[in-house]
Design a protein around this ligand. Structure first.
Ligand SMILES: N[C@@H](CCC(=O)N[C@@H](CS)C(=O)NCC(=O)O)C(=O)O
Length: 386
């Protein structure tokens, strides 16, 4: 926070939370005066959680009492209020990339993020249990922090099967993540940020998994520092609001000119979407199944059973780098994807052709030509058909 300035944003979240990392990165990179608070804060318990209509973090409250949950909607609101010059300067292809990276940050790297957190307990357990406990009760007696931390840890680690993370799939998850790190390391050896010399929305989205879990839990942090030191430095640069940093003294502090998308970033997207594309396409089929079964669902009909804000839409089988993975279809991720589809549809012919050519290049052409069986919306923090 700028010294002596009043907070302009209150961020309710936790250091170990994936989606909080995305919002925090925006606030830090843009040096916006803010105050981060735990969900144990009395204001959260007393008013903010109810206003957010969600039990999830991050939640942001502005001094005018606007409260927003969902990291994607929070970044929309922050962009509306702060109008970041770098994002406004992006060309259509670069904007498409920002949307694709928002999809990646949503669920495209969840498998390595959850695997490297929960399947390396010898290194991670004390840290992560403590982190969860402190978010709920700090300061407090050590036993109480541990008891609360273990309770949250049991819930979160329980998500592994529905994400398709099991002994049989772990080798593919680890091999794919090694490739992810390698491709990002090349990217950040050439550019300070994903699209050049200034951080943009894609950087923030990627910070969710790459920092929130993979860049600070003990085991994956060591892995990143040893296998991909330039990815680690990118994290420091974004969170520190470092600008182009000492590595790139000559880089212009702006996105690349001419709507250029670095080859190394295209390589990274091609790699992640080689499987994430199929997860999304299979999820879209599940949505189509739901729509067929609820042919007369009025606009506003919730897709989730009571109490479920981000519904799983049923089991899917996906080819994940050569291994068949059984997991749940992801309703919320289709809502994030819909934003990319809306963006492409809003373009004039020339820009759309250029974006579609890029999409084909990185293997997401079919995804961007997808028509969801119904438009999705969010009502009271829950997923619904529009
Ligand atoms: N789509 C939401 C996801 C937020 C989310 O799932 N946050 C996690 C912490 S990183 C959470 O609150 N989980 C609670 C739960 O799974 O019950 C966003 O982008 O903000």
């Amino acid at each position: 926070m700028r010294e002596g300035s009043e907070p302009e944003v209150f961020l309710y979240g936790a250091p170990s939370s994936l989606y909080t990392a995305k919002v925090r990165a925006f606030l830090r990179a843009h040096r916006i005066p803010h105050e981060e608070r735990f969900p144990s804060h009395p204001r959260y318990r007393g008013a903010v959680r109810e206003a957010a209509e969600s039990h999830r973090i991050p939640v942001v409250e502005f001094p005018d009492h606007t409260v927003v949950q969902d990291s994607t909607l929070i970044l929309d609101e922050l962009e509306r209020r702060y109008r970041p010059a770098a994002d406004l300067a992006l060309g259509p292809r670069q904007q498409l990339v920002s949307h694709l990276l928002e999809c990646v940050g949503d669920r495209g790297l969840t498998k390595p993020a959850m695997h490297f957190r929960w399947n390396f307990m010898a290194e991670n357990e004390a840290f992560i249990v403590g982190e969860f406990g402190r978010a709920l009760r700090f300061p407090g007696p050590a036993e109480e922090i541990e008891r609360l931390g273990r309770r949250v840890a049991a819930k979160m680690s329980g998500y592994l099967p529905m994400l398709g993370i099991e002994a049989r799939t772990v080798p593919a998850i680890e091999a794919a993540y090694a490739e992810t790190l390698a491709r990002l390391d090349v990217l950040f050896s050439e550019h300070p940020y994903v699209l050049g010399g200034a951080p943009t929305r894609g950087d923030f989205a990627l910070m969710g998994p790459m920092y929130g879990h993979l860049g600070r839990d003990p085991y994956p942090l060591r892995l990143m520092q040893t296998a991909a030191p330039l990815v680690f430095r990118w994290i420091e640069r974004v969170n520190g609001g470092e600008g182009t940093g000492p590595e790139f003294p000559d880089a212009a502090a702006a996105p690349l000119p001419g709507d250029r998308v670095p080859d190394a970033l295209q390589d990274f997207l091609r790699h992640v979407f080689a499987t994430y594309r199929d997860e999304l396409l299979a999820s879209a089929e599940r949505l189509a199944g739901w729509v067929a079964e609820h042919a007369d669902a009025a606009a506003g009909t919730l897709l989730s059973p009571a109490g479920v804000d981000q519904p799983a839409l049923g089991p899917i089988v996906v080819d994940y780098h050569g291994v068949k993975v059984q997991q749940q279809a992801m309703g919320h991720s289709l809502w994030v994807l819909q934003r990319a589809l809306d963006f492409t549809a809003s373009l004039d012919d020339e820009a759309r052709r250029s974006c579609e050519a890029l999409a084909d290049e990185v293997g997401v052409g079919a995804l961007l030509r997808l028509k969801l069986a119904r438009r999705l919306t969010r009502i009271g923090g829950r997923l619904a058909v529009a």
